[in-house]
Design a protein around this ligand. Structure first.
Ligand SMILES: Nc1nc2c(c(=O)[nH]1)N[C@H]1C(S)=C(S)[C@@H](COP(=O)(O)O)O[C@H]1N2
Ligand SMILES: [Mo]
Length: 279
């Protein structure tokens, strides 16, 4: 039997060949599943690689290709949009760009499922789990809290980053205080339309710049970007910033959300390039 390194390298080559053939034939959507399965097979073998440095290098090879595949999916979804065009990097402090990321000129829209046609009247945020009292907040309840604006860089796991996004809303910390956080709470699962969710450590959710936001770059938050209300946690990859938020559930352990169930990293720190489990 071949050793794990040889088999992983062969699978990665196979994924590249499949991708090349599919791009030439113009049917990448059809081939995506097969490529994804091939890469998954390679990932499954990673723990069998004894040499740690080798294992990390191979994991990075696989992770980069999975990210490419996601990027292809967005382009297929949105068409070649100016929003995923690269931004000029001249004059940008390179230390602001996390490893493996590139800057976009626009602000890509990215989500699974449809954009709900919600008004602020439809907003209900249920705060539940390890809280003193289960609390349902309306948009007006949220407006009663202190309004804050933060300007942060936004990093999507599919490798685009947008610098200087300005968000206006309320701190999640203040929202949670309305329900009373129990001492035992360590993690949260935040849910949003239609059946999306993301998990994160409570520490990240109560950070100064973690907001439930209704404003973007000085105007209202567009429905496609999560309006009327979305979570924004700029310190983590964008998939944690749940759009159209419906529930915040506090827990005493970590429970994977939508993408985490599908292999994405439990934490997702862009500076440590935590794209996938095992990264
Ligand atoms: N409800 C919901 N929120 C979501 C998503 C989603 O699929 N559904 N996608 C996430 C991902 S992967 C990213 S990068 C950001 C993108 O936000 P944007 O569309 O405003 O750029 O939303 C996040 N929030
Ligand atoms: Mo993302």
């Amino acid at each position: 039997m071949q050793d794990a390194v040889t088999r992983i390298e062969a699978l990665v080559r196979r994924a590249d060949d499949l991708r090349k053939a599919a791009v030439n034939a113009g049917d990448l959507e059809v081939a995506r599943e097969r490529i994804a399965r091939t890469l998954q097979e390679a990932r499954d073998l990673l723990p069998d690689v004894g040499d740690e440095i080798r294992r990390h290098a191979l994991a990075a090879d696989v992770a980069r290709r999975v990210a490419d595949l996601d990027q292809d999916a967005i382009v297929t979804l949105l068409g070649p949009s100016p929003d995923v065009a690269p931004a000029p990097t001249r004059g940008v402090d390179p230390s602001r760009v996390p490893p493996g990321q590139h800057l976009t000129a626009g602000f890509p829209v990215l989500h699974v499922g449809s954009v709900p046609s919600w008004t602020t009247d439809d907003v209900r945020v249920v705060v539940t789990g390890l809280v003193d009292r289960r609390t349902v907040l309306t948009f007006d309840d949220l407006r009663d809290l202190e309004e804050v604006s933060v300007t942060r860089d936004f990093h999507c796991v599919t490798t685009w980053s947008r610098l200087d996004t300005t968000w206006t809303g309320v701190r999640v910390r203040d929202v949670l205080a309305r329900a009373g956080v129990r001492d035992a709470a360590t993690h949260a699962v935040v849910s949003g339309h239609p059946a999306y969710s993301a998990n994160l450590p409570l520490d990240h959710l109560v950070a100064d710049d973690a907001l439930l936001a209704w404003g973007f770059d000085g105007g209202p938050l567009a429905p496609a970007h999560g309006g009327p209300l979305r979570l924004v946690v700029p310190a983590l990859y964008g998939w944690k910033s749940v759009k159209w938020v419906t529930e915040i559930r506090l827990l005493d352990h970590d429970v994977p959300g939508y993408w985490e169930e599908r292999g994405y990293h439990l934490l997702g720190d862009p500076w440590r390039e935590q794209r996938f489990r095992g990264d």
